[in-house]
Design a protein around this ligand. Structure first.
Ligand SMILES: [Zn+2]
Length: 122
């Protein structure tokens, strides 16, 4: 399920765009083919801050959009650099983000939400 979003991957040689549509709102992300083992495409740094129309995408919606995009890519068996590195949690370590009380992802400084924020351009 990709919620209210519709995704479409367009390829032009070794790069292209992923078009994200929600109703009549559109957002386009550039991707390029990965040279990194374990990844098919590279999407970062990724800008989910605005629809093409100029309307801002709220931070909370950027996180949801990112999660739906991951789900869609996983269903296509396309591995990307926006995938969560691990779903495991380090119970003894707190997220490095200031004022965050969540445990960090195993082997990473941040919790899941703040790891995602590092992928989202400010
Ligand atoms: Zn956190």
């Amino acid at each position: 399920m990709t919620g209210p979003y519709h995704f479409e991957l367009n390829a032009n040689g070794r790069c292209g765009t992923i078009k994200c549509t929600k109703g009549n709102l559109v957002l386009e992300l550039d991707w390029e083919m990965s040279g990194v083992p374990g990844k098919d495409i590279l999407l970062t740094p990724m800008d989910l801050t605005h629809w093409v129309s100029g309307e801002a995408v709220a931070k909370a919606e950027q996180r949801i959009l990112l999660e739906h995009l991951r789900t869609w890519l996983a269903a296509k068996k396309t591995r990307a650099d926006i995938d969560r590195p691990t779903m495991e949690i380090e119970h003894s370590a707190k997220c490095a983000w200031s004022d965050c009380e969540e445990p960090s992802l195993k082997g990473f400084a941040y919790c899941g939400t703040h790891y995602d924020d590092t992928l989202l351009r400010k």
